[in-house]
Design a protein around this ligand. Structure first.
Ligand SMILES: C[S@@+](CC[C@H](N)C(=O)[O-])C[C@H]1O[C@@H](n2cnc3c(N)ncnc32)[C@H](O)[C@@H]1O
Length: 222
């Protein structure tokens, strides 16, 4: 592995990427943003079933993974959640854990998964979770990924700061790696992202966003 990216810390516990000059999650309660944007935006937990596959662009602190596994467990799902995340610049375990510690309701799960991050695990197999971290630039790793997700969490840094994770070619790859009837959601409502998703075959909808964000994006394949 290359040297991990080291975040700066804003307001004590919000990690900010010096590489991209952007926070890893909303300064206004990252967990609430995950629930509104990625869970509600993909109609979860209603669509969960054994083997339901979430894929994510941008693993960051692991907050979305923890929040999604917590939702899976809280709603008493049978079987396994499959969760794959694409990440070019993984964080070191102590930074992930410091960021996760800001969300006390996720503490038991954070503690359960901590040994995996400390071992720099790229796969986690639990009775209710099959997690894979695909390391590398998603523009290279997604085209050769041999799976299709049921729901995508499009969670790159803002399109202005991290344009490489929002390009039309990558959005086409997201569509090509989505199961029929599958979905994608993002906190951004940037016009070029919505157009790229629509050109890739998604039906794209704008919804009210989290916190000060006026709009977010949801997308569904026919
Ligand atoms: C907003 S953060 C993701 C937050 C994360 N989902 C969480 O729960 O903490 C965006 C992530 O995208 C990653 N990233 C940026 N460019 C990338 C690329 N080209 N390929 C893969 N990952 C990339 C960054 O390193 C960063 O971890």
């Amino acid at each position: 592995m290359n040297q991990p990216d080291a975040p700066l810390w804003r307001d004590g516990d919000v990690p900010v990427s010096p590489r991209f000059d952007d926070p890893y999650y909303s300064l206004e309660n990252g967990l609430a943003e995950t629930r509104r944007t990625f869970h509600a935006g993909n109609d979860l937990p209603a669509r969960f079933r054994d083997g339901f596959h979430v894929a994510e662009l941008g693993f960051g602190t692991g907050l979305n993974l923890l929040a999604t596994l917590a939702l899976w467990r809280a709603t008493g799902q049978d079987g396994r959640l499959v969760f794959t995340s694409f990440e070019a610049f993984p964080l070191a375990a102590p930074d992930m854990l410091r960021a996760q510690a800001a969300f006390p309701e996720l503490a038991p799960l954070a503690a359960e998964l901590a040994p995996f991050w400390q071992a720099e695990a790229r796969r986690i197999d639990l009775p209710d979770l099959a997690f894979t971290l695909v390391e590398g630039d998603a523009r290279q790793t997604l085209p050769v990924w041999p799976h299709r997700a049921d729901a995508w969490f499009l969670d790159g840094f803002s399109p202005a700061k991290n344009p490489e994770l929002w390009g039309a070619d990558l959005m086409a790859q997201v569509a090509a790696h989505t199961a029929p009837g599958g979905s994608a959601a993002s906190y951004t409502a940037a016009g070029h992202v919505r157009r790229a998703l629509a050109e890739a075959g998604f039906e794209v909808t704008r919804r009210p966003g989290h916190g000060r964000k006026r709009h977010m994006t949801t997308a569904r394949l026919p």
